[in-house]
Design a protein around this ligand. Structure first.
Ligand SMILES: [Mn+2]
Length: 351
């Protein structure tokens, strides 16, 4: 394990927390359910211990609508507006300073920094790092910490359950393990209701998201005997449909859900002249290595990247790398077929 040498223990982190009074807690940019669940559960736990604690957002961008049901989510402060003096900065579910965006400055001015994370990463940005790449969710680690600190209530339990349910795809991804199932049971025992997470987060798709799905399905390209599927979205799709970026988040899982598919990829123009790529694997294929090649990262079965260039260039480069890394034997034939398909779609891709 890359991080084990610099790893501390949750007991030491708990001891450090008890010694201090003023905290800021932040996660990664574009926070997901695990990130916000970790942050909000920890902030609530710190306050229950009588500490001053503020949850920060890496950028001023508001959080996803379907995560606004999380208790405390309306009290999050954009990091750029946060000027208070703190003693301890706690980074959760975030592997590096880059992904902390505006909060990196708060991290830098904090006398004590703690990281609690489950991303495989060899960067140790804090004095106290607790990184467990085997943990299904960062919320698993936060739950353990809250148990040590002895400050658990139903609202924190709901936050933690949300993180575990979202990062495991409702206990369906490869990362689902006995520990996260036990933790989920404990949160329900503590008053969290799984049906609330299901209703608020999973059963709340916008119509615009379904319209984007229609576009993605129409553009699907299959390779390697249907084991790899790839599609793309353009800025003009979002504009025409009136969709926001979050509306597209779920679509990669739709592609992964197709029978026979092992690897799925969606490339999306992000409205700012770069292309965002989402990769998913359904078996033990490591798509994170593809993402890392393009400067991105993530987990083996779920990774993301940013491509600087045109959509057409991304549609040529990223699938080719997937062929190479994940389907070596079929790579030459698949590359040839990709070339043909892209030249047919050139007009649409450039338009
Ligand atoms: Mn996570």
């Amino acid at each position: 394990m890359l991080t084990s040498l610099s790893n501390t223990t949750l007991d030491k982190i708990a001891a450090c927390i008890k010694e201090h009074d003023r905290f800021a807690v932040c996660g990664h940019v574009n926070p997901d359910g695990d990130c916000l669940g970790s942050q909000l559960a920890l902030v609530a736990g710190l306050r229950a211990l009588g500490k001053q604690a503020t949850g920060l957002l890496a950028t001023p961008q508001p959080i996803e609508q379907k995560l606004c049901f999380l208790p405390g989510s309306d009290e999050l402060v954009p990091a750029a507006e946060f000027t208070e003096d703190i003693e301890v900065f706690i980074a959760v579910d975030v592997p590096n300073l880059d992904r902390l965006k505006d909060a990196a400055a708060v991290h830098d001015r904090a006398p004590v920094c703690i990281t609690i994370d489950h991303h495989a990463s060899d960067t140790s940005m804090a004095q106290l790092n607790y990184v467990d790449p085997d943990a299904a969710a960062a919320c698993d680690l936060i739950w353990e910490l809250l148990k040590i600190l002895g400050c658990i209530d139903a609202e924190q339990a709901l936050c933690v359950l949300t993180g575990i349910m979202t990062d495991t795809g409702r206990f369906s991804y490869q990362n689902t393990d006995p520990t996260c199932l036990i933790h989920a049971a404990e949160t329900v025992e503590a008053g969290a209701e799984p049906n609330v997470v299901a209703r608020e987060f999973f059963q709340s798709r916008s119509l615009a998201s379904l319209r984007l799905e229609q576009v993605v399905l129409e553009r699907m390209m299959f390779f390697c005997d249907g084991q790899f599927v790839f599609s793309y979205l353009k800025d003009s799709d979002f504009d025409r449909i009136g969709a926001i970026r979050d509306d597209a988040e779920i679509l990669i899982d739709v592609l992964r859900g197709i029978a026979g598919v092992r690897v799925a990829l969606i490339l999306k123009e992000n409205g700012e002249g770069v292309i965002r790529g989402s990769l998913r694997a359904k078996d033990d294929t490591d798509v994170a290595q593809v993402a890392r090649f393009f400067g991105g990262g993530g987990h083996r079965a779920a990774a993301g990247l940013t491509f600087r260039g045109s959509l057409f260039e991304a549609c040529a480069a990223v699938p080719s790398k997937v062929f190479e890394d994940c389907f070596a034997q079929e790579a030459p034939a698949a590359t040839q077929r990709l070339r043909e398909l892209l030249s047919e779609q050139r007009v649409e891709l450039d338009g």
